[in-house]
Design a protein around this ligand. Structure first.
Ligand code: SF4
Ligand code: SF4
Length: 289
């Protein structure tokens, strides 16, 4: 039997970037016909990275490891974590969306609300497209966030949490570290959204320049300066002493920004993200080397 060549990072880039460039779903659905997202960026984690088990221990037993998510999609296959990789991609907000959002103090801008709604529809399609394309190429793959059992539960330590965390995956893959607001600060800033796919293949893992330091790129945690995201939050849901107050954030989004966006822009979903712009980590990491 002839062994097939291993899939390369360049091929993964091509699959993702072609879809980003050509899919009609990558749109804010405005008259300007502009895309929902700037160009995607990619990093790769090994599924046997010990951080995945550590996060499960911290967040709760309901959190899937990559191996568990893969087993849900391919129950007939016996695959060790060492044979799996996790592709984590990020979709940066466009300059126009960030500029609009910077003008806002209490409610999300129209472009931001549209990226949260239409842009996330594209992101869901991209997750599935990447998993299906890789599977067709002979590399079984699953987008855990798209599994029917994907759900939110209550973590004893962290409150409401999902059984697959795109941000934690992105951290393990080397895409960025957590900030004071709980958002992930990437080389392309915090105004981004994430997606990921678990795949059986032999891709090399990406470099994680911050090691295991999960707050290395936040000015507040690294240097005791900044705190700009706390000042941006109209709900008082971020404080330098205590970090992100999830229930206060959740309540503001459900009771204020979601009804406002639905009524004003006709979008669904739960937009806010005022803490993701007009800050030093909006479109870059202030500390990444
Ligand atoms: S705005 Fe400042 S304090 Fe907040 S996450 Fe970014 S670097 Fe950290
Ligand atoms: S998403 Fe909105 S409510 Fe939540 S912390 Fe950020 S600014 Fe505050």
């Amino acid at each position: 039997m002839v062994e097939k060549d291993p899939v390369s990072l360049e091929q993964i880039h091509l699959i993702i970037n072609n879809f980003w460039a050509t899919s009609p779903l990558n749109s804010l659905h405005l008259d300007t016909d502009e895309k929902a997202w700037s160009e995607p960026q990619i990093a790769v984690a090994r599924a046997d990275d010990p951080l995945f088990d550590q996060f499960k221990g911290m967040i709760g037993d309901f959190l899937w490891t990559p191996e568990e998510a893969f087993a849900i999609a391919f129950p007939e296959q016996t695959v060790a974590a060492a044979e799996l990789r996790v592709i984590s991609y990020l979709l940066p907000q466009t300059e126009a969306t960030r500029a609009d959002q910077r003008q806002e103090q209490e409610m999300p801008s129209e472009r931001w609300a549209r990226s949260r709604f239409h842009g996330e529809e594209f992101n869901c399609a991209l997750r599935l497209h990447l998993a299906e394309t890789l599977t067709e190429m002979g590399y079984p793959a699953v987008a855990p966030e798209r599994l029917p059992d994907f759900a939110y539960q209550e973590s004893k330590r962290f409150g409401i949490a999902s059984n697959w965390s795109e941000r934690h995956v992105a951290f393990v893959a080397g895409n960025g570290t957590f900030g004071l607001s709980d958002g992930l600060i990437t080389r392309f800033g915090k105004a981004v959204r994430f997606g990921s796919v678990v795949v059986k293949c032999d891709l090399p893992r990406s470099e994680r320049p911050y090691g295991n330091d999960h707050q290395a790129w936040c000015l507040w945690y690294a240097k005791g300066t900044c705190g700009a995201c706390a000042h941006r939050c109209p709900a008082g849901a971020i404080a330098t002493a205590t970090g992100h107050n999830k229930p206060a954030c959740f309540t503001y989004i459900r009771e204020a920004t979601t009804p406002y966006s639905t009524k004003t822009y006709g979008t669904g979903s739960t937009p806010c993200g005022l803490c993701q712009v007009k800050i030093p980590c909006e479109h870059k990491s202030p500390l990444a080397t």
